[in-house]
Design a protein around this ligand. Sequence first.
Ligand SMILES: Nc1ncnc2c1ncn2[C@@H]1O[C@H](COP(=O)(O)OP(=O)(O)OP(=O)(O)O)[C@@H](O)[C@H]1O
Ligand SMILES: [Mg+2]
Length: 353
Amino acid sequence: MRVTLRNIHKSFGPVEVVKGLDLEVEDGEFLVLLGASGSGKTTALRMVAGLESVTSGRVLIGDRDVTEMLPKYRDVAMVFQSYALYPHMTVFANIAYPLTVRKRPRAEIEAAVKDVAKQVQLEALLDRYPRQLSGGQRQRVALARAMIRRPAAFLMDEPLSNLDAKLRGYMRAELKHMQHELGITTIYVTHDQIEAMTLAHRVALLEKGVLQQLDTPANIYNAPANLFVAGFIGSPPMNFLDGALTGGTFSCAAGTFGTGSRASSAAAVAGVRPEDCRVTEAGAGKIVGDIYTTELMGDHTLVTCRVGGATVTVKADKTFSRPDGEAVGVDFAETAVHLFDKACGDRIGTPVR
Ligand SMILES: Nc1ncnc2c1ncn2[C@@H]1O[C@H](COP(=O)(O)OP(=O)(O)OP(=O)(O)O)[C@@H](O)[C@H]1O
Ligand SMILES: [Mg+2]
């Protein structure tokens, strides 16, 4: 079902932690709420669940205004950052709980628990109690409990954060598959940009309680709306150069180059992603500098260059080998340049692509 947040504000005492959040999550959509620690993600999700009241604004699930409704009537299944399992119940009983309280027949419950326990690899642990499980296993019980029925929406708060890297990768794929299969609207909170990029139909990026951009992972990556988004998404992060933009020509201490735009701004920032940059011979390339350091990462090499008071990271081939201190150029395509207004941080125009 569609989930709508209309101009949601939330304050704890004098501190406003969610500031005018507008979101429309389509029926069946997987929306990821992404942001750094303290940006207001959990608070926003808890307001959808009804575990936190709104200071102002409306929450709708489908066409129902649920703003004043108790959590149990909202028909959402939440997976918490802390797993919130019932300690006195076995894994089986924990997973079965949403069906038990609905008084479903025993045979149906057993079949459903078996089915979902298999999906999250818990079949062998159904007789245990939560205290006898590892953190990752507890988290999977919490996931299974949410998955066992078909709520109007899944609300998930960092559900994979306690898993080791390998299991997280596996569960990420399982979760994505399951969500596509069930087609249940999902709002998923994480601070991990990889999770956001891989899971989401659309990503909502929050910073200090303010929505910065709401778009597909590809659009967020390829056309970040402002400097914050540009710097947040991508690893290693986008390179930024301060300079002036005159009729689309950008000049900074390291060089002057065309940008495919026609805009002007006395204080602009040009951004280029490391994978869009190439180290060239000195004198060639759009900007000049020297090699500061190189780091072999296995399948590629990160080359950090000093360019006119700034540094630029280049993602180079794994065979890249040049001595530190060597004078080089750095080249990139005009279409790879992202332009921002330095004062307000907003993206300038849309480069020709
Ligand atoms: N009950 C509360 N009382 C007062 N302040 C709170 C309360 N709950 C959250 N906050 C504050 O609201 C802000 C947003 O918190 P929230 O838990 O939503 O962040 P988050 O984005 O989920 O962060 P994290 O990634 O660390 O979980 C934080 O500054 C936090 O300290
Ligand atoms: Mg949180």
